[in-house]
Design a protein around this ligand. Sequence first.
Ligand SMILES: Nc1nc2c(ncn2[C@@H]2O[C@H](COP(=O)(O)OP(=O)(O)OP(=O)(O)O)[C@@H](O)[C@H]2O)c(=O)[nH]1
Length: 927
Amino acid sequence: MDKQDNKDKLRVYEYAKSLNMSSKEIITILKRLGIGVNNHMSVMENDAVSSVEKFFHDIKSNAAVKRAATENAAKQAAATAASAAAAAAKAQAAAQQAANAPVAAPIAEQPKVSQPVAAAPRPAVSSATSSTSSSSQGGQLRSNSQSTPARPYTPGQGSTSRPSQPYNNNRPAGASSGQGQSRPSTGSSSSARPSGSSTGGYNSSSSQRPASSGQRPTSSSGQGQRPQGQSAGTGTTGAVNTNRNQGTDNSRRTFDPSTNRSSGQSSAPPQRFNETRATKPTVAPPSINEDLDSNGVAKKAKPPTKRFDDNRGGTNKGGQNRSNSRYGKGRNQAPVVYKEKVDNTPKKIIVRGEMTVGELSKSLHKDVSEVIKKLLHLGVMANINQELDLETIQLLATDFGVEVEMKIPVDEDNFELILETDEDGDLSERPPVVTIMGHVDHGKTTLLDAIRQTSVTEGEAGGITQHIGAYQTEVHGKKITFLDTPGHEAFTTMRARGAKVTDITILVVAADDGVMPQTVEAINHAKAANVPILIAINKIDKPGANIDRIKQELTEYALVPEEWGGDTVYVEVSAKQRLGLEHLLEMILLVAEVQELKANPNKRARGTVIEAQLDKGKGPVVHVLIQNGTLRVGDSFVAGVCFGRVRAMVNDKGKKIKEAGPSTPVEITGLNEVPQAGDPFLCYEDERKARNIAERRAITLRQSEIGANTRVTLDDLYKQIKEGEMKDLYVIIKGDVQGSVEALKGSLEKIEVEGARVKIIHMGAGAITESDIILASASNAIIIGFNVRPDAAVQATADQEKVDIRLHRVIYSVIEEIEAAMKGLLDPIFKEVVIGHAEVRSTFKVTKVGTIAGCMVTQGKITRSAEVRLIRGGIVVFEGKIDSLKRYKDDAKEVAQGYECGITLERFNDFKDGDIIEAFVMETVER
Ligand SMILES: Nc1nc2c(ncn2[C@@H]2O[C@H](COP(=O)(O)OP(=O)(O)OP(=O)(O)O)[C@@H](O)[C@H]2O)c(=O)[nH]1
């Protein structure tokens, strides 16, 4: 029973099918009418059907009114078209008549908008096919067409008159001229045409051929001879039908194929074709009917039209017939569906990035072909999947008269790269952030402690309770933030991670010691980071203190004291005796004042992670220096690839606080994981967003770690110069003696290729250290080791940081290599691969053999065939070949890590305990 019910129910798709429309269209109409449907399977109640039909009817009525208004213009157009086409006098007359006839009005109109929907709710081509199928599909349809007259058409239904009108209407000027031409050949029909171009002609032809007449108004004579099925086909589609006719009718045709063709091409078929084609985007045949009604002419044309419609109806796929019968009279009339051609081009589109042609067409509500055509006009060959840049999108949209609003989303994941600008009025002064650097034992820690103690004694009772990697002190009501990490780590590692936290560097130089290698290194670090340097000459209490000597030495590094005409501030202090500290703090404020350090406290907090650790009780704890905005308890944030919500916040004095402004160091809890020092920190409106961003950052980080090395290496230097990514090649030179380092510097600085120059950012005598690697990493520099080598730990750091170290023993080869790299000529065939290290533990002198080094292989392996170099204190003492490699008394091919062995070298006997023998092989490198 239920099944039966279901069967009888009319579903949207069925109804749409019966109208030759898509379910989507019906759903849209239903929705517009306020009738809720879910999808194409939804059942349509009777009142829904009648509402839709009323909707169509209303559309028709409106269209008719419009059409009547344009009648005059249409007449004119029709006349022109007819006259142009009519070579023969008859045709001309016919055309004129047609023009005079009220029905002709739609002719002019047709190309513009309305199309016979009911007649052909489906696209022209499909209607053509459907008619084809009607003839071929068989009996059912054909019989339909034959029996058309008898069909239960509702009088007054647009469909009746449709056939005639569509022809006339749809016929563009050219087509109408075609009619004229074809007419003469068809003879009697031509006369029928003019008189209402639809009515008479149709009638006459219909009288001859009931079924086909409606469809083939033009070639009436031909039609007359033609079998029904064929005529139906010909009527519907010009060329296609012609073919079909040829195929089907040849045997029985009595008409001249040429006539047929001509009729197909120029008269009725073209119209049809046009009509149908036009029908695709829009359909409005009912309006035509309406026209006819209003003109009073259509009524005459009704009978043939009916038939025509009927045929059409029949054409509407087999199922429709069934559905028609099932859904009754009203629905049989339903095929009269009209779609008005509505220009739904949007006024404005929002563009959020590049789009494909297909995407743009969709947002412009245009056919892809239209957009492609426009692109062709712009000289761009494109397909539907072609990506269009923003400029082209803008151009195309403007061409279609559509405004474009660009809303390019900001890459929120890389928030450290987003520059937030503030209005001057929103900015307020912020405390400077100071770092202390200097040579070992020059008193950095003592100075930091002394300053901190000063502030503690001045302010807080209870002493230092917290160590959070930074602290604030106050001088004359103004705060100064010190990064509490003596040494280079904070400075360099953070800079290597892209974080700039320091505003001022205090360079501590012991008055009794002078400028030392690490002093120079610190200077280079600060200069590379473009941070102003303030010199604190420490230990002035010491008897050997020579302040002038220090100043003198430092002028060599362009740090000229103010009193000597320079701009570097020098302060004499004794960290131990707490002398000059106040003056130092005042000078810091002075330097800060010149820098005009400002931030906007009224925005979301942004900062840098100074330290982070996993606390047994609190979980991940992070020390953050807030650099802009204000951080509040409860704020959600991202720190590196971690995220969280501020659960608790403590300041440098260990006091719980609710909010922290710019330049304030705080400890916060509430993270999911432990971030790294130097990680950027930014607040977000909610935790979910923070989590998403952190997760995406983690993925990107992993990918970049796996991905290409972005550091500069000599191997890809030329490429980078070419691509404009590099102007200067930053180099760190480390050599065994100061003399050769100086010589190398001079030679390298003279090289200039492709507009790129060598810029020495640091140099010194001594082994390559971890600090060199970090500086190289932070500055994207390469390291040249001249007669010096990195030890295993340093090499490991270099590998991790992807710093290119080039080791040489001859100055000329350094110059040659750098020059070749800059010219893109570098073509190393071999690359040295270190395979192991052995440490000399004892030596034995054996006559005739020389000195045997009793070694322990500390890393990798030593092979007999490997080349070796002897390193003493980071300096290469000898480079050559192994003479013999023995395990006890036996020769060995190789000795692995953790085993002892005896090694003799060719032409070298001067082993000393603690020497390192480094074994390496040369491997070919593919470029
Ligand atoms: N006489 C005197 N001694 C000082 C002064 N400042 C520091 N010292 C001493 O110098 C030594 C080294 O001081 P630190 O503060 O550890 O030096 P540092 O630069 O931090 O050393 P590293 O952490 O190893 O780089 C200590 O014994 C201090 O007591 C000073 O102003 N006068």
